[in-house]
Design a protein around this ligand. Structure first.
Ligand code: ADP
Length: 306
């Protein structure tokens, strides 16, 4: 097949959510995996969507692979490590407020860049490479350096490299390391897709313009700043535009709003080359996602038409 490949790199975890009566429901999710899910749902069959991570050799890792395959996400590049397991998180609900508990310190995904050959093979096989600040945050510092070097090679080779800073201070050893590594992630990318609330809180940006300016100064050519219900601001090669969010009757669960926006945006952008058109499509998809429970909304409920 002469198709093109979208590669997403990061950590997918086992998700446990409340199913009533003290029962827990098992699922699979993680920022870069969610974006791969929506990219797969929205891209044409000319594209393959692959996930790159590391998993263990246990039953949960097997189930995760089967889950991805069933969604049409390729898993052949995933490295399996003997004796390791995937990370896990639980969604707790108390008085309607959600909180999260994580067990990921020892997850297989932390070793995703520990084998440079498999990483290089995966990146070289792709036309589009997607990763996030969470991908960088979970890696030992020397492995983050390895991944960023590979990402820079991909950019130099003319691939579309896309980065969502997805800033999670708790995953980082210090603010300095977080600021430096996220800035390096952006510097190594072509398109950066930050969420303004994170950037304001953790980089001190006092406006969306300040976020755009900071990432431009680092060398990102194209930027999409997401701002929840207030829409997105685009700067593509210096050309600015604004696309509003869609009105949502009842916001049910905002988990994965940004991840779904990114996957849907990229699918349209890759097929049309037009960023505002892609953002309007992504706003419609994200509006459906926040109207449903869970990170991964099935294709039939995304209103893709056809
Ligand atoms: P993140 O989840 O990364 O914080 P945002 O909250 O900015 O990202 O949301 C990403 C996109 O999801 C927005 O650009 C918008 O299209 C959509 N979205 C998020 N919240 C809402 C909302 N309350 N109403 C309509 N659309 C929303």
């Amino acid at each position: 097949m002469s198709g093109r490949r979208f590669l997403s790199i990061g950590e997918c975890m086992v998700e446990l959510s409340q199913a009533g009566d003290g029962l827990l429901r098992k699922g699979f999710a993680g920022d870069t995996f969610n974006t791969a899910w929506y990219a797969r749902a929205c891209l044409s069959a000319d594209w393959s969507v692959d996930y790159f991570t590391a998993l263990g050799d246990d039953a949960m890792s097997d189930e995760m692979v089967a889950f991805a395959e069933k969604a049409g996400i390729g898993t052949s590049l995933i490295r399996r490590i003997r004796g390791k397991t995937p990370g896990l998180y639980m969604i707790n609900l108390k008085d309607g407020e959600r909180s999260f508990s994580y067990w990921r310190d020892n997850s297989a995904a932390r070793s995703l860049a520990a084998d440079p050959d498999s990483l290089r093979e995966a990146v070289e096989s792709a036309d589009v490479v997607y990763f996030s600040g969470i991908t960088l945050a979970i890696l030992p510092q020397e492995d983050a350096t390895t991944l960023l070097a590979e990402i820079r090679r991909a950019k130099a080779a003319g691939k579309l490299v896309v980065f969502d800073p997805n800033i999670r201070p708790r995953l980082w050893s210090s603010y300095d390391v977080m600021h430096a590594t996220i800035s390096e992630g952006a510097r190594s990318s072509v398109l950066v897709m930050p969420s303004f609330d994170d950037e304001a809180a953790h980089f001190g940006d006092d406006s969306i313009e300040a976020t755009i300016h900071r990432y431009k100064a680092l060398g990102a050519v194209n930027i999409v700043v997401k701002n929840g219900a207030d829409g997105v601001r685009l700067n593509f090669g210096g050309e600015e535009s604004f696309v509003p969010a869609e009105k949502v009757k009842k916001v049910v669960d905002t988990t994965s709003a940004g991840d779904s926006f990114n996957g849907a945006f990229l699918s349209r952008y890759l097929e049309t080359g037009d960023a505002p058109t892609a953002a309007r499509f992504a706003a419609a998809v994200a509006a459906r996602v926040v109207s449903e429970h869970g990170a991964l909304v099935v294709k039939e409920k995304l209103g893709l038409g056809g």
